[in-house]
Design a protein. Structure first.
Length: 487
């Protein structure tokens, strides 16, 4: 994969110095964003000694840059850049400078670029933009703000379609969700992709630093997490720390998706050869009909938190069950014969009940929607559905919250009355962010021993990482990354 390092500095001296540092990394190209320098520099001779091919860019405010001057000023800067050894000029598709670029900036090629800072159009419109730009410059470039998984797929599809023209092009998504398009530039058959010199020096939202992109290489191990919303998730920090520590060229991405985008995600995973992804609220059950097969654990729980891509076939498993088991083990809590109240009837509840029922617990289940609780109870032996009023009067040894109430990004409410808590209980909240929820705080205040979902999170992550890579990451690496992400 060819990489261009973008230089964003506020002074000419800093830009030259950073360009020299960039050249030491041996990128294929260097781009200098002159729109970050005010006022525009007059003497560009300092760039002459930099032998790496260079791109001069003076991005207008309307296209996401900082330059608000005239076309005459742009032309003057580009002429100076050409004389200083810049072999490529990035000129916006609506600029009149493109009309006579070959005459006015003799010796330099042009990138005809288009930026949409708000949205990504559908595939056909993206292709039309690339075709139009191709007639105006040597290289056609388009960048779009990515707001959804569907947007990523539109960009990838457009790249595959346009690549058949054999024109040189660059196509990428801006924003955090656009990372995948930058990582897979070669797979999308782009001429090159852009990177920052280092973290914190990004020229555009979602740009990845050069060292990371170079480490990932042409065939990276790509995994991730889907659900909606994902603001609470610290899984990317855990998995990416493990990739780095183990020397695996991998990247774990956050891929928030609504119900109607799940098919897009699976198509995208096929096209870009993702190893798989984690699944969280609200898709742990509704993704099942879209998968090719389930393993024994997922079949038993009827909930999937991990998808594995095996040569284009998507297999669902449930590493949450392993995470639950390790949580009880590390707390020294035996569940056989114990009276357990499980609050909630979603995917997390299914994982917890799978472990509890297999190990002989006496389970009562309460849920806001009785019908959903009845469906879950029918899938496991020995689960009694009770209403909230009944639960408050019953003595329990263990209480488990499997709802998202209290999680970051969700309502900060108690999922059950604190009257169910008493001294000596073991109270487990499958939520890990925040570390101490109102649920746990109330239980602790009434004398219970409490446990957050962090142990469950780390152990299920280890199991998922193994499923995708065949290698087991150290517990300490993932746990420390989780703690760091939690502050």
């Amino acid at each position: 994969m060819k990489i261009c390092i973008s230089i964003v500095e506020k002074t000419l001296e800093e830009a030259v110095a950073s360009s020299k540092r960039a050249a030491e990394k041996s990128p294929e190209l260097i781009e200098v964003r002159f729109d970050h320098i005010t006022p525009l520099p007059d003497d560009l001779t300092g760039f002459k000694e930099i032998q790496v091919p260079k791109i001069a860019t003076l991005r207008s405010v309307s296209q996401g840059g900082h330059f608000s001057g005239s076309d005459r000023e742009k032309a003057a800067l580009f002429r100076k850049a050409t004389k200083a050894g810049f072999g490529v000029l990035d000129i916006e598709s609506d600029s009149p400078l493109l009309t006579h670029a070959s005459r006015d900036f003799r010796g330099a090629d042009t990138i005809c670029s288009h930026h949409n800072l708000h949205l990504t159009p559908e595939t056909a419109e993206i292709v039309e933009i690339l075709v139009s730009n191709a007639s105006k410059g040597n290289v056609t470039k388009a960048a779009f703000k990515v707001n959804s998984v569907h947007d990523i797929r539109s960009i990838v599809e457009a790249a595959m379609v346009f690549s058949s023209t054999e024109n040189d092009f660059i196509l990428l998504g801006m924003g955090a969700l656009g990372e995948m398009t930058r990582i897979h530039a070669k797979r999308m058959k782009c001429a090159f992709t852009y990177a920052s010199l280092e973290p914190g020096k990004e020229a555009a939202p979602g740009q990845i630093d050069f060292d990371t992109l170079r480490r990932l290489g042409d065939e990276p191990v790509i995994t991730g997490i889907t659900g909606f919303p994902l603001d609470h998730s610290i899984s990317p920090q855990m998995h990416n720390s493990a990739f780095v520590q183990m020397g695996i060229p991998g990247r774990y991405l956050s891929l928030p998706a609504r119900d109607e985008e799940m098919e897009d995600l699976l198509e995208l995973a096929t096209e870009l050869n993702m190893r798989g992804f984690n699944v969280t609220i609200p898709h742990k059950e509704n993704i099942i009909p879209l998968l090719d097969d389930l393993d024994e654990i997922a079949s038993r729980t009827k909930a999937v938190n991990t998808v594995i891509n095996r040569n284009g076939e998507f297999i669902g498993t449930n590493t949450d069950v392993f995470g639950v088991a390790r949580t009880f083990e590390s707390a020294g809590v035996q569940v056989k014969g114990r009276r357990v109240l499980v609050v909630g009837a979603g995917g997390a509840a299914r994982a917890c009940i799978s472990h509890l029922s297999t190990n002989g617990a006496r389970i009562s289940l309460v849920n806001r929607t009785r019908l959903r609780a009845d469906v879950l109870a029918n899938d496991f032996q020995g689960v009694q559905v009770v209403d909230r009023g009944e639960a408050e009067k019953m003595p329990f040894d263990i209480v488990v919250n499997c709802t998202p109430l209290g999680m970051k990004g969700f309502p900060d409410e108690l999922p059950i009355s604190p009257q169910v808590f008493r001294p000596g209980q073991f109270v487990f909240d499958t939520i890990y962010n925040p570390g101490i929820t109102r649920f746990l705080s109330e239980a602790q205040g009434r004398g219970a021993t409490v446990q957050s979902g962090i142990e469950m999170l780390v152990h299920q992550a280890i199991k998922a990482f193994e499923a995708w890579t065949g290698k087991s990451p150290p517990y300490d690496v993932m746990a420390e990354a989780a703690r760091s992400a939690m502050g």
